[in-house]
Ligand binder design. Structure first.
Ligand SMILES: C[S@@+](CC[C@H](N)C(=O)[O-])C[C@H]1O[C@@H](n2cnc3c(N)ncnc32)[C@H](O)[C@@H]1O
Ligand code: SF4
Ligand code: SF4
Length: 252
């Protein structure tokens, strides 16, 4: 099982598609992380990977590298996705084997328009890390710019993960007048049928996935597992395209 923890919702960028800009802004205390990981390990064993990242910029957390050290001490691989604005990339070397960096475009004006400020600094961050560890570039799919980013990743030897712009209302209320209708029929989600991950939001709430941003609609993990049995849709899953997809192979 993999674990992802939202250690902060604060950010120094302003991406138009980011649900985090509408969330309460704050940091998770180090002790909260330590406690929740301790409880998780006691119940489920050591996760293969613990990603320190939610709807904010993880490197803004003053305990970010202390948190990464804690992850290693637990025996898990630390991972993160960053916007690449951190000014001392060398601090990652020896502390992470893999680091995700978000790059949607190689065009500075286009990056600014998205809200991804200071593309040159991000690219410098990527270049410094790329000489020492595995860089994973995360791009939000953009017909015009993604092919150039893909070619650059191939040339530089970076792993490239492209994801479509979210249509789930939790996110898309910022940029879609009317989100497309999601799947309907009997509710089923492989995140519940075969637990692959646990997501902990800023306040430490445990969730089956990272796609639930409206906590007021979240009934809790126990209720979610019950809904998986009965086929009734939880409110927090409305519009989620992951629901009703074929069951994926378990991730170890
Ligand atoms: C929420 S960010 C947090 C980490 C860091 N601040 C960053 O931007 O890399 C994590 C990843 O989610 C992606 N993301 C954010 N909002 C999205 C949306 N509405 N649709 C698809 N991907 C999104 C970002 O581009 C980034 O690669
Ligand atoms: S850099 Fe990351 S957290 Fe910040 S606004 Fe963009 S997607 Fe959101
Ligand atoms: S349907 Fe979507 S939001 Fe609901 S548990 Fe599955 S992945 Fe998460």
């Amino acid at each position: 099982m993999k674990v992802q923890v939202e250690i902060t919702t604060r950010c120094n960028f302003a991406c138009f598609y980011c649900a985090g800009r509408l969330l309460r802004q704050g940091d998770m205390p180090f002790e909260t992380l330590s406690d929740l990981l301790g409880r998780h390990v006691a119940r489920h064993g050591v996760p293969t990977e613990i990603s320190l990242q939610g709807e904010g910029e993880p490197t803004l957390h003053r305990d970010f590298f202390r948190m990464a050290k804690l992850v290693r001490e637990l025996g898990a691989q630390p991972y993160t996705i960053t916007n690449g604005s951190y000014q001392q990339p060398e601090h990652f070397i020896g502390r992470f084997d893999r680091v995700g960096v978000s790059v949607d475009t190689l065009d500075e004006a286009a990056a600014q328009a998205i809200g991804r400020r200071n593309l040159p600094r991000t690219l410098n961050f990527v270049q410094t890390l790329g000489a020492h560890l595995q860089v994973v570039i995360h791009s939000v799919r953009n017909g015009q710019h993604t092919p150039a980013v893909a070619a650059w990743c191939k040339q530089q030897g970076y792993v490239h993960i492209v994801q479509p712009l979210q249509t789930k209302p939790d996110y898309s209320r910022r940029y879609l007048k009317q989100p497309p209708a999601g799947p309907s029929g009997r509710f089923s989600c492989h995140f519940l049928a075969q637990p692959q991950m646990r997501y902990f939001s800023l306040d430490g709430t445990e969730m089956p996935c990272c796609f639930i941003k409206d906590l007021s609609a979240y009934p809790g993990l126990g209720d979610m597992l019950q809904k998986q049995q009965t086929g009734n849709w939880p409110k927090c899953c409305a519009g989620c395209r992951v629901a009703a997809r074929p069951v994926a192979k378990p991730v170890r």
